[in-house]
Design a binder for this molecule. Sequence first.
Ligand code: ZN
Length: 132
Amino acid sequence: MEMVRGIAKETLEFILGASKNTAPNEFAGLLHEEDGVITDVLILPGTESSDRNAVIKLFMMPNVESVGSVHSHPGPSARPSEEDLRMFSKTGNLHIIVAEPYDKDSWVCYTREGQPVDLPVLDIELEEPEVI
Ligand code: ZN
């Protein structure tokens, strides 16, 4: 797996839109990279209303190859919960949490240890963001 140098702008916009559309329920998925750029989201089927449920489901995903995870919080805080941190350690190195109001400034990327990390948004040409 290559070093991830950023997330495609379209993919981030897809995540923000999906988080907004799913609210007040939670949106969750796993992140895939191609050539070092996060371009795809494997959406968690049957994402449910509480943070805890969705996070536990991410936990239990079979060993799909992912560079990390994404999920939304139904509120203004993008801070990871205890369950989030346990899930982070199992699902890759980069973890995006999107909070209200689900815009370009209301998300944070964390390392698997829960430290905020800068994830550049890359304005690159993509085909339609792929929902696997
Ligand atoms: Zn959470």
